[in-house]
Design a protein around this ligand. Structure first.
Ligand code: WTA
Length: 631
């Protein structure tokens, strides 16, 4: 790439442009938003359908949009089955490296065999089309098999991130009313075993719907197995019933593919619904065009399948596009800070897609851990999950990418299914900006009066039209979907993501962060209200308020203000106890960085906690308008 100092922009070189899957943006973008339905119908032709759709977009029940209505498709038919009839059959679908050095690979043929077996095991346990199976696993190939196996038989998966506590897990199982849970006897993280099975054991005690727990053996550590409920996967898989032949179910384009729980600004996590049709079209198109996917690519999305990035771009999109996915089980710095770079060199990875937190975390060890490795296989880099600060961008670009790999800073959400605002490899880049809307997406930044802001001014990010990756709703909560995303701009019909942003003279969008009560910590999405609720369940706490404060590795740190009940007094011990309490209620990712004891919280007269005031005070900034503050 070449750097234009005056403009502060990085330009792609001819070789990047020559091989790009998209050679021109502006004209194609214009035509895509003038006629999005024909743009998406054209993209949908790249997939195999059992039956073509009758209607591209059915908007008769806004905002519950239905794409490719009447079509019959299964994402697994596209991610696996169709490759078996081509040269892809013997190509590697998955290369997996365990933290302890175990390595396994699966060709598309082998992947089909494993997924079919898993699907038959699920069937033998009574799983039927439409049933929701909860998956709580470490990053091992069986996690991917389990997801694909559900989809293959038309069941719905609900993957819960392996870092969540038993409380968080059981809440999600209860909401989904899963009868079957899939887990493992553990996974490796920083040389230790993550004891997932015990967490499941504890969680399902409070889940009356759970009848079957299937456990995959990974670590061989001793785990408690309850008779008549718990089954080892390796026992089931050796039964005749687990044959390697399993027909893929023909699902409707709008049948549920998965639920993924995500935090919002209020209440408990919401189960976002994605479907087989629109989602497949959206993620495969964005992946192919933004990451310029070539048949020989080895693609590494270093996210956990427990989050949307793992669903869309670690598992489904790369498989649909016939790429080879690389998957790593453990911590980036284990046993040394060159673990990632060693694996990129070893496997010849072409594209690395990760988060600013991971980049900053590795950057702090110094460049020599990176430069001792030959990373010349890398062609493109990607970033997701939070705004990337220019310093981390430049390090990623120059040290990891050796000044030749464009960085695709992709802005999107669990709700959007796939990339919404992102550069393409042919675009000039500005460090810290996610660039421009993808084809078929109309994005804007607006003020309080819903009018476009002037270049450089901060406003609310909005999406002004509908796209096929958009979630079909929130599981069992129609109203919440409407209220959270559509109410504010009801008249205009716009989607509200909850982020604030700026747009510059060149039309580049700069996403600044959440403008609601969602916190991004290390790229993980948490609700302040969930952390506050966790604090309040401790006997000493009467009230709590949580705010994010800037953190130079994690992006945001969690600061909690706590009011104690009479009879309790502030102490270092209590502070530690409260931190551990949140960690065990929600999971270590939600553990507050700091707890401040206070006698009262600033509130409006109607009793709402004014987190803005707490934040301003903590940062030593102007507290703004305090006229609504209670005495
Ligand atoms: C944030 C993750 C800036 C944003 C895919 C969004 C980003 C939230 C970016 C969604 C980015 C994601 N630049 N901010 N490139 N990507 N975000 O649902 O605040 O876990 O609303 O989806 O992450 O988080 P979620």
């Amino acid at each position: 790439m070449t750097f234009d100092e005056r403009k502060g922009m990085y330009y792609p070189t001819d070789d990047i442009i020559d091989q790009a899957n998209v050679k021109e943006y502006e004209k194609r973008y214009q035509s895509s938003i003038e006629n999005p339905e024909s743009f998406w119908a054209e993209q949908a032709e790249n997939l195999v359908w059992y039956k073509k759709w009758d209607k591209v977009l059915d908007d008769s029940d806004k905002p519950f949009y239905k794409w490719f209505q009447g079509g019959k498709i299964n994402i697994v038919h596209n991610a696996i089955d169709r490759h078996l009839k081509t040269a892809n059959r013997n190509k590697l679908a998955i290369i997996w490296e365990g933290e302890n050095g175990d390595v396994t690979t699966f060709s598309y043929h082998a992947l089909n065999r494993e997924v079919s077996k898993f699907a038959n095991v699920l069937k033998s346990m009574g799983v039927k089309k439409g049933d929701i199976v909860t998956i709580y696993m470490p990053q091992i190939p069986e996690q991917v098999f389990a997801m694909l196996a559900c989809a293959k038989i038309g069941a719905v998966h609900s993957v819960v991130y392996g870092g969540f506590s038993h409380e968080a897990l059981s809440e999600r199982i209860r909401d989904a009313e899963s009868r079957v849970v899939v887990t493992a006897d553990g996974g490796y993280r920083r040389g230790k075993i993550n004891d997932l099975k015990s967490i499941v054991n504890e969680a399902v005690v409070r889940c009356p719907t759970v009848e079957v727990v299937i456990t995959v053996r990974r670590t061989r550590q001793e785990v408690y197995m309850e008779s008549d409920r718990d089954y080892w996967y390796h026992d089931l898989e050796s039964l005749p019933i687990a044959s390697i032949k399993c027909e893929t179910e023909e699902t409707d384009a709008n049948d549920m593919l998965f639920l993924l729980y995500t935090s919002g600004s209020t209440g408990k996590p919401k189960g976002m619904i994605h479907t087989h049709g629109g989602y497949s079209v959206y993620i495969s198109t964005t992946h192919r065009l933004v990451f310029d996917i070539k048949p020989e690519d080895r693609f590494w999305c270093a996210a956990d399948p427990g989050w949307i990035t793992g669903h869309s771009y670690m598992v489904y999109a790369p498989l649909i596009n016939g790429a080879t996915i690389f998957m790593y089980e453990g911590a980036p710095n284990h046993p040394y800070p060159n673990r990632w770079w060693r694996m990129i060199e070893k496997y010849g990875i072409n594209i690395l897609y990760t988060s600013p937190t991971a980049i900053r975390g590795l950057m702090r060890y110094g460049s020599s851990w990176v430069t001792r490795h030959d990373l010349s296989s890398l062609r493109l880099l990607g970033s997701v999950g939070e705004p990337i600060n220019p310093e981390a961008w430049r390090w990623y670009y120059s040290v990891v990418g050796n000044e030749k790999c464009p960085i695709m800073d992709t802005w999107w959400q669990t709700e959007t299914g796939g990339f919404m605002i992102t550069p393409l490899p042919i675009m000039p880049l500005k460090p810290g900006s996610a660039s421009k809307p993808f084809f078929g997406i109309e994005a804007g930044v607006v003020d309080e009066n819903h009018q476009p802001v002037k270049p450089g001014e901060e406003g609310a990010l909005v999406i002004k039209n509908i796209w096929p990756g958009l979630a079909a709703g929130i599981y069992k909560d129609r109203d919440k979907f409407i209220e959270t995303y559509w109410k504010k701009y009801e008249k205009e019909g716009w989607y509200l993501p909850g982020d604030s942003a700026r747009i510059d003279e060149d039309g580049y969008i700069w996403v600044l962060g959440r403008s609601d009560d969602v916190i991004k910590v290390s790229g993980y999405r948490l609700g302040t209200s969930e952390i506050e609720s966790a604090l309040i369940t401790h006997p000493s706490v009467v009230e709590a308020a949580v705010i994010p404060l800037p953190h130079n590795i994690k992006g945001n740190a969690i600061h909690a203000f706590v009011v104690l009940k009479d009879g309790y007094s502030a102490s270092r011990e209590l502070e530690t106890e409260l931190k551990n309490h949140v960690s065990s209620e929600m999971g270590p990712i939600a553990k507050p960085d700091e707890i401040l004891f206070t006698v009262a919280l600033p509130k409006t007269r109607s009793g709402k906690i004014m987190r803005r005031v707490l934040k301003a005070r903590a940062l030593g900034q102007d507290e703004g308008d305090l006229s609504t503050l209670e005495e």
